[in-house]
Design a protein around this ligand. Structure first.
Ligand code: HEC
Length: 125
């Protein structure tokens, strides 16, 4: 009995991990984004934040928001921000692009999927 519960939990966790990317919830992501707001805005034309503006960041080339002085690493990365590259960046910016200047890690895969869904939704206004 105990073993089957453990087996069930492992299966559930594995499924959650693989489907989290596809299943992000924009409304949950809005709450996660509160952690980003100290440095970022998703509002079009709002450039007075510490970090770059994230309006329509999904589909955009990394390091290309106006009015922001990026690190050379991010500026020259030739990365396009997609669901996949954003997930890797948010999981560990320094591992993904060593020498970049974002000091923030979002450990939960679900929080990452949700906040990416929010970034997509916020860019559609
Ligand atoms: C403490 C401040 C800070 C926090 C908190 C923070 N960031 Fe950043 N972020 C930065 C800085 C600074 C950069 C620019 C890094 C560089 O130039 O190397 C950046 C860059 C980015 C970029 C690349 C933008 C572009 O135009 O290429 C994305 C995407 C991003 N952050 C998303 C997020 C998200 C989502 C969160 C919340 C989960 C978050 N950040 C939290 C400071 C922060």
């Amino acid at each position: 009995m105990r073993n089957s519960i453990i087996a069930y939990l492992f299966t559930a966790l594995a499924l959650a991990a693989t489907s989290a990317l596809a299943d992000g919830s924009a409304s949950a992501g809005r709450k996660v984004f509160k952690e980003c707001r100290s440095c970022h805005s998703v509002q079009e034309g709002k450039y007075d934040t510490f970090g770059p503006n994230l309006y329509q960041v999904v589909g955009r080339e990394a390091g290309s928001a106006p009015e922001y002085n990026y690190s050379p690493v991010l500026k020259n990365s030739n990365i396009v921000w997609t669901v996949v590259t954003l997930d890797r960046w948010l999981a560990d910016p320094q591992a993904f692009l060593p020498g970049s200047e974002m000091e923030y890690i979002l450990e939960s895969a679900k929080d990452r999927a949700d906040v990416i869904a929010y970034l997509i939704a916020a860019g559609k206004r």
